[in-house]
Design a protein. Sequence first.
Length: 198
Amino acid sequence: MHTTYTRQTLRQHFRQKRNSLSDEQQIRASHELLSQCLVTEQYQQANNIACYLAQDGEISMQPVIEDAWMQRKIVCLPVLHPFAKGQLLFLRYHKDSQMKANRFGIPEPALRVTDIVPLPLIDVIFAPLVAFDSQAHRLGMGGGFYDRTLAPVARNTFTTEVYGVAHDCQNVLNGIKNDKWDIPMQKIITPSKIYIAP
């Protein structure tokens, strides 16, 4: 119970911190995040990347998405799986994609089979998070969607790289104790720094 309470308290604290950022700070952070992504070899060489549409104060991936489109990369977004509960699918995201709100109110591309990009084909997945530490541990929202979906990546079944992305203010200085089901990140990318897993 104590661990759950601590994780929930962390989530509440860091959601408030990222939501307290001004619009100007959010916009600047999103462009600085792109600058950090551009220096990573994996992003430069990637053909298929998965991003997300920012909610609840999350750092925006929009400049990354725009850059990827400009470089003719395929951009995917997570979509709630219609049959496998608690899992995500990744669908190709176009500038003219038809969007709909999922049951959490988050916009996602309308489900079309031809737009599904299988997990093994995605080179880099940028995952949102609530908090992180310098060891590249990620604290998510608690739903476990990414952890369940990316379990094959953690088992080294695929070569997909998974990077957490966050505002600098979401850094937990004392470290995060990961549960056994938490998917490890290869990197955490913030507007000012890239943290690499040991």
